[in-house]
Design a protein around this ligand. Structure first.
Ligand code: KG4
Ligand code: ZN
Length: 342
């Protein structure tokens, strides 16, 4: 007999973090991450061969840590779950191969999960005894990270319709690239936020990206180019004050674009009752403040992940998503680097 909710051992290797978690339904029992950030930093991005090698090395270790922290043995695990896509193909492959083999060895069925569904559901993942008020539908979910800037209409848990995406760079990618010009290393989003706190956001002005009047999609490439040109015009090397002001101004421009598009989306979908936020950039407090204000103005409830680490890639959100799809156990497990969430 499988208990309700079942115990799921979940895995995410979609990019540069080896993540393993134990969940029961949406409740996190343990969550462990081996981050590769320091190894990729010298390359200014994720280096696929390094990612693959590290995932292979870390997967057995992180799995054991997740079980130990949860204080359970494998016999108590009802399902395995693994990210099938979207993500970096060689990284996805590592997780899928490891979990398939592990499932066969221990006779535990495997549920394939869409990484984006994990980010969408991350505001509803539960830690400890604190329960949030139930989600209001229909909802809009903004997934904003280094690889994605997507908006989904959520009619109910498990039912998603994508209504906007970025046509070029993701918001986090733009912050990372501009952060690099400021000498901030990779990834730069959190460091940009720190500089921005000490800066004046009115120092530099960036135009709103030009898109067709009814277009709901995002575009960050133009902002990034404008940022590069602006930096090149400044006296070099940039002073600390100038860096702070620049970070504040650029971050504000990114947020302004996000809010502008969300206003348009809300105009097209006036029945929406709540806004959910997920993805690495969701950790940004200025973005959260701007979205909170937008929600107040539009009488929407606003849901963010209960802890900051749940914004970044993690396996807890993958386990939570898997708990909605037990019927997928033992489906085809080929990696799907471009998998759409629909
Ligand atoms: O979700 P995530 O861990 O990985 C994927 O891209 O899927 O997101 C990483 C992104 C990076 O671009 C990083 O710079 C950005 O999230 N990020 C932030 C902050 N923390 C991480 N961006 C803005 N403010 C932050 N505090
Ligand atoms: Zn992600």
């Amino acid at each position: 007999m499988i208990p309700t909710p079942p115990t799921i051992l979940a895995f995410d290797t979609s990019c540069d973090d080896t993540s393993v978690a134990v969940v029961r339904g949406f409740q996190v029992i343990s969550s462990e991450v081996a981050s590769q950030t320091a190894l990729h930093a010298p390359y200014g991005g994720v280096f696929p061969t390094v990612a693959k090698h590290e995932h292979q090395k870390q997967l057995p270790l992180v799995t054991q840590r997740a079980l130990d922290t949860a204080g359970i043995s494998l016999t108590e695990v009802n399902f395995l779950a693994v990210t099938k896509g979207p993500g970096l193909a060689p990284a996805l492959e590592c997780g899928i191969q490891f979990v398939s083999q592990f499932g066969k060895e221990h006779a535990i069925p495997v549920i394939p999960v869409n990484h984006l569904e994990g980010h969408v559901l991350s505001p509803w993942v539960e830690i400890g005894a604190t329960k949030s008020s139930p989600p209001l539908f229909p909802a809009l979910s903004l997934v904003i990270s280094g690889g994605h800037t997507d908006v989904f209409l959520v009619e109910k848990m498990g039912n998603y319709q994508q209504i906007a995406q970025t046509v070029d760079d993701a918001a986090g990618e733009a912050l990372d690239k501009v952060g690099r010009l400021l000498g901030l290393g990779y990834p730069a989003g959190a460091a940009m936020e720190q500089l921005a706190r000490a800066g004046d956001a009115t120092t530099f002005s960036f135009p709103l990206p030009k898109t067709a009047p009814n277009d709901l999609d995002f575009s960050f490439a133009g902002l990034k180019t404008a940022a590069r040109r602006t930096i090149e015009r400044q006296p070099q090397p940039l002073s600390d004050t100038l860096k702070n002001d620049f970070a504040a101004s650029f971050q504000a421009a990114v947020i302004r674009h996000v809010i502008h598009k969300l206003k348009r989306i809300l105009g097209v979908h006036p029945s929406v009752k709540s806004l959910w936020l997920g993805g690495g950039v969701a950790a940004n407090q200025s973005l959260r403040d701007a979205l909170q204000l937008l929600c107040q103005e539009n009488k929407l409830s606003f849901a963010v992940p209960p802890e900051r680490w749940l914004c970044a890639d993690n396996a807890a959100m993958i386990g939570a998503a898997a708990s909605l799809h037990l019927d997928r156990a033992n489906e085809q497990l080929d990696r799907s680097p471009q998998w759409k969430l629909q």
